[in-house]
Design a protein around this ligand. Structure first.
Ligand code: ATP
Length: 353
């Protein structure tokens, strides 16, 4: 059993609070993603688990052990950093085998384990090279191999894919997911990339300004965002967020958007949220539309077309069919079902429906 538990964990740097009253359980053998914008406290949280940063208050447990004050080397965690942190003067084989060497594993056994793990990440032809003779993706795999050469209680991965090009990132993402499934090691994975979070995580903790705004499965976070921040952060392109007023379940915006049927809510400073994929372009003579709006831009993405329309002062992103044809300034009817819309309170930043 190696869950990681945070109890009322606080980290301050001088007067600045980087992590504020963190309560979280990373379940045994599961992958939890810490997701949030730059500076929200993800890396600091990770470094506290590793023992590279002391907690200011609260407790961290790995399994049943309280690890506050325990030196990094006694915590039995393995880390993969964005920078890979390889030893430049050591060969690929020696980099991979380093954790075994410092644990005094005999050389022949070490060799065998290096070969085995190198095969697994497809580095077996490159064992004699130095890191500078490798591509970014190969270096990343060396860092990964070094982390998985022994089975630690916990893997800590801090943006391990961010230095790779887009294609390799997608490939490595699938590989990481497969490895985690196979190795069954509790993993904390830090990223600001919501696609990475959605694809890899068993659960996602969305962080903002040192606090967890929402914890849930990727599906829960996507389908049921509890705050304005989570709603805006998850989804690509992001959710449309339109300021206005809700009175007895009817939303109106200064730009002239009106949506009926939002229950019985009344919110003076409301934000209506609706995802681009939930808005439809309605053919002439079709069902009831919410909005008649001129086209602002049309972007073909391959599997669909992203259409942006002008709705009063607001721009609305709409995901349309890949065969959508439309011109700048052409008026189109767009609509969405009120069941697909979320209402937030601008004041409290919380969802009200
Ligand atoms: P990024 O995605 O940019 O790495 P992050 O979410 O990982 O961001 P952290 O690195 O955890 O953010 O930093 C959280 C906050 O704490 C930031 O505002 C940062 O400036 C601050 N901080 C981090 N380390 C220190 C330090 N040693 N001294 C002072 N402030 C720090």
């Amino acid at each position: 059993m190696a869950s990681v538990v945070f109890q009322h964990v606080v980290k301050k740097f001088g007067a600045f609070t980087a992590v504020s009253d963190l309560n979280l359980e990373v379940r045994d053998k599961k992958l939890l993603v810490l997701l949030g914008p730059s500076g929200c406290g993800k890396t600091t949280t990770m470094r506290m688990v590793a023992g590279l940063e002391e907690v200011t208050a609260g407790d961290i447990f790995i399994g049943s052990d309280r690890v506050n004050g325990v030196l990094p080397k006694y915590r039995d965690v393995a880390m993969v950093f964005q920078s890979y942190a390889l030893y430049p003067h050591l060969s690929v084989a020696d980099n991979i085998g380093y954790p075994l060497k410092i644990r005094k594993v005999p050389e022949d056994k070490r060799r065998r384990m290096i070969m085995e793990v190198a095969r697994r990440v497809e580095l077996d032809g490159l064992l004699d090279r130095l890191p500078k003779q490798l591509s970014g993706g190969q270096r990343q795999r060396v860092a990964l191999a070094r982390a998985i050469i022994r089975t630690p209680k916990v893997f800590l991965m801090d943006e391990p894919l961010s230095n790779l090009d887009a294609k390799l990132r997608v490939q490595m993402r699938a590989e990481l997911k497969h490895l985690q499934h196979e190795l069954q090691v509790t993993t904390i994975y830090v990223t600001h990339d919501q696609i990475e979070a959605m694809t890899l995580a068993d659960r996602v903790a969305v962080m903002n300004k040192g606090v967890i705004e929402q914890l849930g499965t990727p599906r829960e976070i996507y389908n049921d965002p509890r705050t304005l921040f989570v709603a805006g952060f998850i989804g690509s392109p992001p959710m449309n967020l339109i300021d206005g007023e809700v009175k007895d379940g009817v939303f109106t915006s200064p730009g002239g958007i009106r949506v009926d049927g939002l229950g019985s809510a009344s919110v003076a400073r409301a934000v209506l949220g609706v995802r681009p994929e939930d808005i439809h372009v309605i053919p002439a003579g079709g069902a009831k539309a919410n909005i008649a709006a001129p086209i602002y831009s049309v972007e073909l993405t391959g599997e669909s077309t992203l259409v942006t329309v002008r709705a009063g002062a607001a721009l609305l992103a709409v995901r349309a069919d890949k065969n959508f044809a439309g011109d700048y300034d052409q008026i189109v009817q767009v609509g969405f079902s009120p069941e697909r819309a979320f209402v937030f309170d601008r004041q409290s930043q919380e969802r009200v429906d």
